[in-house]
Design a protein around this ligand. Structure first.
Ligand SMILES: Cc1ncc(COP(=O)(O)O)c(C=O)c1O
Length: 423
C-alpha cells in the first residue's frame, strides 16, 4: 500500500494550508471538496488575463481558446474519453434536466422509466417530470431496510416497456458502491429493447474517479466541485444517446468540434479551462506517489484514485469501529468493503442537529439533513426529514489528526450501546 504524503497533498489545497492553528477539520466533502491550487491557478489566470471571447485573431484571444481546449483535452484524457463525449453544465442537476428534456421525443405513452429510491433528487425529479409529460410510468426501485438496492425488485420491474434506467453509482447517504456493469447486464438480459442506462456518479467520483469507458453506460454524470475543481457538472453521453436525443444546442453548432448537442450555450470559459488543473493534480499526485511518468492521464487517474480510496478507507475503519460501540443506527454497510468513505447515521435519543452543533463547537465541519436524498430517507423510515441523518464524508486530504479530532468529539457525545453500558 502506498501511503499518502499528507504534507505534499495538503500543500495542494490552499484551504488546508499548515499550520492548522484553528484545528479546523472538514467532513462534509460529499457536499463539495476543496479545489486544488492547480485548478484555482488556471481559473485566476483566465479571469485576470484572458476573460474575453476566445478563439479570436489576437494573441490573447487565441490563448483564451487554447486554455479552454487544454481544459477539455486533459479532462477527457483523465477520464479515458473523447472530447466530444463530454458536456459541461452548471451542475449535475442541470445536466440531468437537459438530458431528460432532450429525450422527450424518445418516450411514448405507457413507456417505463426506472429510477431508484436510493437516488439523489437530481436523478429522480428530471425523469419524473419527463414521465409526466409523456404519460409514461415512473418506477422507483425499492430499497432494503438498510438502504441497499432491492435487486430482486429491480429485476422484476425490467421489461419490454423499459425505455430508460437511471441509478446511482453510489448513494450520497449510505455510501454503498453499486456494481454498474452487473446491473447493466441484468437490464440487458431482462429488456429486449436495450433501454438507455444512465448513471449518477456524483457521490462516487470524489473517492474513485472512474474509468467511464469501462462502464457500459449511455450517460454518466458527476460534479467537478466534488472532485477538487470548480462548480460545474460533467456529463458523458454515448453515441447511442446522442443519436436519440433532440439537440439542445444552436442548430449550426451540431457536429462542431467542442460542442456537445446538450450544450445550450457556452458554459463559463474560465471554468472549462480550469478543468486542466484537476487533471494536472491527479497526474502530479500519481507521480509524487511513485508512478512512472508515462504522460498518460488516464493511468494517473487510476493510480491516484486507488491510493486516495485506500487512505480514506483506513480512516473510515476507525470511525466505524467507534460507531459500532455507540447507540446509533448506521445506514448501509457497517464495514468498509463495498462502500466509499461516506457514512450516515442517526443517534438514538439525540437529534442529528445536536451532533453537528457539538462538532462545530470544536471547529469540525459536517452536516445533517436529507441531503436531497429525500425519498431514500423516507424509505428508511426517518420521521423528521429536516433533521435527517448525520453525514460524515471523507476526502483523501484528511489525515489521522483530522480523524482523531472527529473521533474524540463523537466518542464524548454519542451514547454507548446499552449492552456495552451494562458491561
Ligand atoms: C449523488 C448525487 N447526485 C446528484 C447530485 C447533484 O449534483 P449537483 O449539485 O452538481 O447538481 C448530488 C449533489 O450533492 C449528489 O450527491
Amino acid at each position: 500500500m502506498v501511503r499518502i504524503d499528507y504534507k505534499w497533498v495538503r500543500a495542494q489545497f490552499p484551504t488546508l494550508e499548515e499550520p492548522n492553528e484553528n484545528g479546523f477539520s472538514f467532513f462534509d466533502n460529499a457536499g463539495g471538496t476543496f479545489p486544488c491550487r492547480q485548478s484555482n491557478y488556471i481559473l485566476f489566470k483566465f479571469y485576470n488575463d484572458y476573460k474575453m471571447q476566445p478563439y479570436g485573431a489576437t494573441k490573447n484571444q487565441a490563448e483564451a481558446g487554447r486554455l479552454m481546449d487544454e481544459g477539455r483535452r486533459k479532462i477527457a484524457e483523465l477520464l479515458g474519453l473523447k472530447i466530444s463525449d463530454l458536456t459541461y453544465g452548471a451542475s449535475t442537476t442541470q445536466n440531468f434536466n437537459t438530458l431528460a428534456i432532450s429525450l422527450l421525443g424518445h418516450i411514448e405513452q405507457d413507456d417505463e422509466i426506472i429510477v431508484t429510491m436510493q437516488d439523489h433528487e437530481a436523478n429522480i425529479g428530471a425523469w419524473e417530470r419527463l414521465a409526466k409529460q409523456k404519460d409514461a410510468k415512473l418506477i422507483l426501485i425499492e430499497v432494503e431496510l438498510d438502504g441497499e438496492l432491492d435487486l430482486s425488485h429491480f429485476k422484476s420491474c425490467l421489461s419490454h416497456k423499459t425505455k430508460i434506467v437511471s441509478f446511482t453509482h453510489s448513494s450520497n447517504i449510505i455510501g454503498t458502491v453499486n456494481d454498474v456493469n452487473k446491473i447493466g447486464k441484468m437490464i440487458k438480459e431482462q429488456c429486449p429493447h436495450e433501454p438507455l442506462v444512465i448513471v449518477d456518479g456524483v457521490s462516487y467520483a470524489p473517492h474513485m474517479l472512474p474509468d467511464i469507458t469501462a462502464l457500459d453506460v449511455d450517460a454518466y454524470c458527476f460534479s467537478t466541485y466534488k472532485t477538487f475543481g470548480v462548480h460545474m457538472g460533467l456529463m458523458f453521453t454515448s453515441e447511442k444517446i446522442n443519436r436519440l436525443a433532440t439537440p439542445q444546442c444552436h442548430f449550426f453548432n451540431i457536429d462542431k468540434p467542442n460542442y456537445s448537442i446538450f450544450d445550450a450555450a457556452g458554459p463559463d470559459h474560465a471554468s472549462i479551462a480550469s478543468l486542466a488543473g484537476i487533471a494536472d493534480y491527479y497526474q502530479e499526485f500519481a507521480i509524487h506517489h511513485g508512478m512512472n511518468d508515462n504522460g498518460d492521464l488516464n493511468d494517473a487517474r487510476k493510480y491516484a484514485s486507488e491510493i486516495m480510496h485506500e487512505a480514506e478507507t483506513e480512516l473510515l475503519k476507525d470511525l466505524l469501529a467507534l460507531i459500532r460501540r455507540k447507540n446509533v443506527r448506521v445506514y448501509g454497510k457497517e464495514r468498509v468493503e463495498g462502500r466509499e468513505a461516506n457514512i450516515s447515521f442517526t443517534v438514538y435519543g439525540m437529534d442529528s442537529k445536536d451532533v453537528i452543533e457539538a462538532l462545530a463547537q470544536k471547529n469540525i465541519g459536517a452536516k445533517y439533513g436529507h441531503f436531497y436524498a429525500y425519498r431514500l430517507l423516507e424509505a428508511l423510515g426517518i420521521k423528521d426529514l429536516e433533521d435527517g441523518v448525520v453525514r460524515i464524508s471523507y476526502a483523501h486530504y484528511l489525515n489521522k489528526a483530522d480523524n482523531e479530532r472527529l473521533l474524540g468529539v463523537l466518542s464524548d457525545i454519542l451514547p454507548n450501546t446499552k449492552s456495552l453500558a451494562l458491561v
